[in-house]
Design a protein around this ligand. Structure first.
Ligand SMILES: [Zn+2]
Length: 659
């Protein structure tokens, strides 16, 4: 099937997914998400699961790749739909996925003409496709935000850059731009930025409109509509001055420090965006003020925010306004993604965006830190404390806040994420071929295929955007800390394309062929990501069979030992390279033998796997202060014993008739 020549409309994407499930019934499950889209009457939203074994695996080795959460980002939904089609075709017909040679053009600074770049043919071998479909459940969710995408297709260039949000109606604000919520700030992670962040600190570095909740906060509908009740508290040792409240794009007249609730009520009711008697304010003079929307505003309403630059206090004070809002995940499209991540126990999550040519590693809500105490898990302990700043930018007496990123045995989350991101970056460069204008070179201006690997919190720093709240990748990543049976969980964001490929709206046709270039990059990135997931789960088949789960901590430990300890030295990785094929030559048969024999599995678990894991854990701990090479040697010795004894023991059991 040739690539599209124009962006595919959402209804056609969903129709194509349905066709796939009918054409490939054994390998493609069509999933209708629980919520229709936000714009009445709402459309059904679907995705597919590519698989080789019918039912979803109970232990959740599932990979989710999604796109189109930001409406105007045209390329990812098309590329992900085509990828699903190509993978199923390749798997069923045992063929390679091939791209012919391509010439694409990128824009140059005016008045230079576009720069032509040639790409060689590009092949994804059938064996790689087979390995992916055989080993993992691959969920492909190409069009998360259909209302927004359709609006952008019908109104390209709305407000210049196009449409970003969903199409949730905004009954309180007639401005065309006030419709909708930025879905990628609506997830249940640090959602209420006005509470999670120390905004005075944050704004010393990042100025409006670049608040953590969106790049478009001048329309206060960005991260979700909420219940009609709020609490407004004057805090931080304020003793004078004034503040303003902002609702749905309008700001009140100044509200002096210490005024009665009735004054706050009068100021809010004077706003055209509230009006009449549609808000009540109660509470003591000076607050906290309880703000309740009512009458014509008695429905989910946009966020209330404050500007408190004119509040004053004594030396060392931090005068500010704290506003509590009701919950996140207000949007049906957000809920669909959360539902998929949680009910299908996704372990690998990739959100494909456009643009910025980057592979983004969590966290996005703050810079990564090593202090275990600084974590979103600590409930309200860190409310109004996240600063979005790096150490050198923090003004005394404040303390720099960083979000804890575990990077310890056995999962090494921080390193592993970067390792996976690097493998994706390499895959994209390799697929780009040898044209010096495509590959990385001495002149960065001639480098049009290098995706930078960068922390999500700093991904858009060049545009003055800091750490952000409520994003999909952070939400996915956070699940493992809330439900520890889902440790580890890997989550990344890819930003495809660039300004030089027409930004959000790439050209789909010759001679520019921006879309075709981006599509190849998305294929390369997703295949590399899925391959990392396969490698992750295809380890220790015997231990997996013995425990009946690839997610058991003992199995995880063995896997991490291979990837982190043995592979961390040249010596160790050579040993793994020699042992792996030997191990895989007999382990599938042993695993198949074990699966239906419960007593035998229990025996293997108790007599072999558990003691081996305990031994290796002790060894790993003891070797920690020792030089890596010696550690590898020590682990190697044990590994050899395990790898040789285990099959011998299994065979012995069979022969002796224990089972
Ligand atoms: Zn985006």
């Amino acid at each position: 099937m040739p690539p599209p020549t124009t962006p595919t409309k959402p209804a056609d994407i969903f129709a194509a997914l349905s066709t796939l499930s009918i054409s490939f019934p054994a390998n493609c499950e069509l999933i209708t998400l629980p919520n229709k889209s936000a714009e009445p009457p709402g459309v059904d939203i679907t995705c597919v699961r590519l698989h080789d074994d019918g039912t979803p695996p109970k232990d959740g080795f599932s990979v989710l790749v999604m796109g189109g959460i930001h409406a105007r980002e045209m390329a990812p939904p098309d590329a992900l739909l085509r990828l699903a089609q190509d993978l199923l075709d390749s798997f069923k017909n045992v063929t390679d996925i091939t791209f012919g040679p391509l010439t694409a053009q990128v824009n140059q600074p005016s008045p230079a003409p576009p720069l032509a770049i040639t790409y060689p043919s590009y092949t994804i071998p059938r064996d790689v496709v087979r390995m992916i479909i055989k080993n993992i459940d691959l969920y492909i969710f190409p069009c998360v935000n259909p209302d927004g995408r359709l609006f952008d297709i019908l109104h390209p260039g709305f407000a210049g850059a196009g449409w970003r949000k969903n199409r949730r109606p905004n009954p309180d604000n007639p401005a065309p731009g006030a419709v909708g919520v930025d879905l990628n700030r609506n997830f249940d992670i640090a959602w209420d930025f006005a509470r999670y962040y120390d905004m005075p600190s944050y704004r010393t570095k990042f100025t409006r409109p670049n608040d953590p909740a969106s790049a478009v906060d001048t329309i206060e509908t960005f991260n979700g509509f909420t219940d009609p009740a709020r609490t407004v508290t004057v805090a931080g040792g304020a003793t004078g001055g004034s503040f303003t409240l902002n609702f749905n794009g309008a700001a009140t007249a100044p509200i002096a420090f210490g005024v009665p609730a009735a004054t706050v009520q009068t100021r809010l009711r004077a706003l055209a965006t509230i009006g009449g008697s549609n808000v009540n304010v109660t509470g003591p003079d000076g607050g906290p003020y309880a703000v309740t929307f009512t009458g014509a505003r008695a429905h989910p309403v946009p966020m209330l925010t404050a500007d408190f630059a004119l509040l004053t206090g004594g030396a060392g004070s931090n005068p500010h306004i704290e506003i509590r809002h009701a919950g996140p995940k207000t949007e049906p499209e957000t809920l669909n993604v959360e539902w998929l991540i949680d009910t299908r126990k996704i372990r690998f999550f990739l959100d494909v965006h456009q643009f910025g040519r980057g592979i983004l590693v969590p966290w996005g809500l703050e810079d990564n830190g090593t202090d275990q105490a600084m974590t979103f898990l600590q409930g309200s302990t860190w409310d109004w404390k996240r600063d979005g700043l790096q150490e050198a930018d923090v003004l005394p007496p404040r303390t720099n806040y960083n979000e804890y990123m575990p990077n310890n045995i056995p999962y090494y989350l921080g390193d592993k994420l970067t390792e996976i991101a690097n493998s994706m970056q390499n895959a994209i460069v390799l697929a780009a071929g040898a044209d010096p204008k495509a590959a990385p070179g001495a002149d960065p201006k001639l480098d049009h295929s290098t995706y930078k690997v960068v922390s999500s919190a700093r991904s858009d720093a060049a545009r003055g955007v800091g750490p952000l709240s409520g994003a999909s990748d952070d939400y996915a990543f956070s699940r493992q800390f809330i439900d520890t049976s889902r440790v580890p969980m890997y989550s990344l964001t890819v930003e495809t394309g660039e300004d030089e490929e027409n930004g959000f709206h790439p050209d789909y046709t010759a001679p520019n062929n921006h879309y075709q270039k981006i599509e190849r990059e998305i294929y390369a990135a997703v295949i590399a990501y899925a391959t990392a997931a396969v490698r992750f789960c295809k380890w220790c088949l015997i231990a997996t069979a013995a425990y009946g789960s690839r997610a058991h901590p003992d199995v995880e430990f063995l896997r991490a030992l291979r990837d982190r300890e043995l592979r961390s030295t040249r010596y160790g990785s050579r040993v793994v390279a020699i042992l792996e094929p030997v191990y895989y030559s007999f382990s599938p048969a042993v695993a198949r033998f074990l699966v239906p024999r419960r007593r035998c599995r229990l025996l293997v678990r108790a007599v072999i796997v558990r003691p081996v894991v305990v031994t290796l854990q002790a060894l790993a701990a003891a070797c920690k202060p020792v030089r890596p090479r010696r550690l590898a040697v020590g682990l190697l010795a044990t590994a050899i014993v395990v790898l040789t004894l285990l099959p011998v023991a299994a065979v012995a059991w069979v022969l002796s008739g224990v089972v």
